[in-house]
Design a protein around this ligand. Structure first.
Ligand code: NAD
Length: 497
């Protein structure tokens, strides 16, 4: 058993340091990929990198498994368990890929130049640079939408990136400790212990649920003094939360939240935020609205997405994009409307599909296959040109000529097959969301699965866990996430800052 385990460990260890990689080839067409999220990482996984001179530009040098991000501020899942270094993915490709940790600042589509900037705190002499590309893939995702509401950026915490999760974590514990500071007034204690989550989409719901678990299973035990004062409120502008789920599952979520003492305020829109209060407009049953002020200690803002500046800038430059809102409008092959040589996918694009990780991953895999097919087309076209030149120039005898003609016909057929790449089609597998107290909801497509998990609950929760673990890209991440769940069951969550 020890020898077996040792051999297994060696295979995994060795796999982390691949050596036999072809060098990057700058003489090939340069394909620049922006981003290291769902869309771009899926593309890189399916792309045959030996066909291009591939360059990846992203401000973070890792892929983040965002579906489990709401579990990280409370410590249910450790951040490193859901991060995978991008170099790990790139080092496993057949041909080397260049990676620059930088932000794309400008796309000059006329001259095919991308401007990039190193935003890190530690930089060398060169901080800004540019890359000449032949093909550009815009997969840089989106940023959190605040609708310009005053105070949200300054006082709210987003939940999109690693640093957001760290900020929320610090803030939760700071609020708890400050509430217990010597001679704190009862009103101030209540305010500090009031967490408000804005946005009844899956991000807001899952974070509120995780926080309620943390409160119930850990904080109330370690801080008995706060158990009656800690309060979680979820605010949503629309008439109900989770619009992508059925009425039955929405009701189930609302009931589960009520059991966990999470208050949901629908038809309530945040208007402004200051250091201690959130001003909201509440629509009453008679249609009139009323302004209210809600004291809060922690505000988590999950109000949806908007395109990044670099995407907005190129949208403004292209007349064909005048109706695009959510991201770059693309055709069925993910080519940016009005701009040859640029593709967009994931949250940076606007298609008829919802901007989810599932859509982004499928688009990335599709685009990888499309680029592989383009490379194969070029190579077959070169073969055809060569065979034709052989037939035209060289004096060949009849059998050799027949052989060349047969080869030409076979290559011609292969070329027409390769060129028949069908447009992108999204296959929806379903939606899942964790709603707290070891319960989840699922809206699945396969009929027997749909029936099995139609009402939500503990079985759906086990399905949610297994689906997420199987979707994690690496064995290392799968192992770490499972260990995190076991650790929380055995020892509870850590309550340090
Ligand atoms: P979202 O767009 O789904 O939800 C944001 C919510 O915030 C909306 O319901 C909106 O009405 C509300 N809101 C916005 N401004 C407000 C204001 N001023 N006052 C009150 N409410 C306000 O955002 P999300 O949850 O971050 O999700 C983004 C995308 O990612 C969606 O497409 C979602 O489906 C997907 N996603 C899916 C999962 C999952 O399937 N488990 C998890 C996370 C995200």
């Amino acid at each position: 058993a020890i020898v077996g385990a040792g051999a297994f460990a060696y295979v995994i260890y060795d796999d982390r340091h691949p050596e036999n990689q072809l060098p990057a080839d700058p003489s090939k067409k340069t394909l620049v990929v922006l981003g290291s999220g769902w869309a771009s990482t899926s593309l890189l996984k399916s792309l045959d990198t030996e066909n291009y001179n591939v360059v990846v530009v992203s401000p973070r040098n890792y892929f983040l498994f965002t579906p489990l991000l709401p579990s990280t501020p409370t410590g249910t899942i450790e951040l490193r368990s859901i991060m995978q270094p991008i170099r790990h993915i790139l080092r496993h490709k057949k041909a080397a890929v260049n990676f620059f940790e930088a932000e794309a600042t400008e796309i000059d589509h006329e001259n095919k130049i991308l401007k990039i900037r190193d935003n890190s705190d530690v930089t060398g002499d060169v901080k800004e640079n540019s890359i000449k590309y032949d093909y550009l893939v815009v997969g840089c995702g989106a940023e959190t939408q605040t609708f310009g509401i005053p105070g949200v950026e300054e006082f709210g915490c987003f939940l999109k990136e690693i640093w957001d999760a760290q900020k929320i974590r610090t803030r939760i514990m700071d609020c708890v400790e400050a509430a217990l500071f010597k001679d704190q007034t009862p009103e101030e204690k209540k305010r500090l212990l009031h967490t408000v989550v804005v946005g009844g989409g899956p991000t807001g719901i899952e974070f509120a649920a995780e926080l309620a678990d943390f409160l119930e299973e850990d904080l109330r035990r370690w801080y008995p003094e706060i158990k009656d004062d800690y309060q979680v409120t979820l605010i949503e502008a629309m008439t109900n939360v989770l619009p992508m789920f059925s009425k039955k599952l929405i009701q189930y979520t609302e009931d589960t939240f009520a059991e966990q003492n999470i208050t949901i305020h629908t038809k309530t829109m945040v208007k402004s935020v200051d250091e201690k209060y959130i001003s909201v407009s509440v629509t009453k049953p008679d249609g009139t609205s009323e302004l209210q002020k809600i004291p809060y200690g922690l505000l988590v803002w999950a109000g949806g997405n908007k395109p990044r500046k670099v995407v907005v800038d190129i949208m403004k430059k292209l007349p064909a994009q005048k109706n695009a809102r959510r991201g770059l409008s693309v055709n069925d092959y993910l080519v940016v409307e009005g701009c040859e040589g640029i593709w967009a996918l994931g949250d940076a694009s606007q298609t008829k599909y919802a901007p989810t990780a599932q859509v982004a991953a499928q688009q990335g895999a599709y685009l990888g296959r499309l680029f592989n097919s383009m490379a194969r087309t070029h190579s077959l076209e070169a073969d055809i040109a060569y065979l034709q030149s052989q037939l035209a120039v060289t004096p060949v005898d009849a059998p050799a000529r027949a052989g060349l003609e047969a080869e030409l016909e076979a290559v011609g057929k292969a070329l027409s097959r390769t060129k028949q790449m069908s447009p992108f089609h999204y296959s929806h597998q379903g939606s899942l969301a964790y709603i707290g107290s070891d319960k989840a909801i699922a809206d699945l497509q396969l009929p027997f699965m749909k029936d099995l998990f139609s009402s939500g609950g503990a079985a759906t929760y086990l399905f949610w866990r297994s689906a997420y673990v199987s979707n994690l890209f690496s064995l290392r991440n799968k192992t770490l996430v499972v260990f995190d769940w076991v650790k929380v069951k055995m020892f509870g969550r850590d309550v340090s800052r």
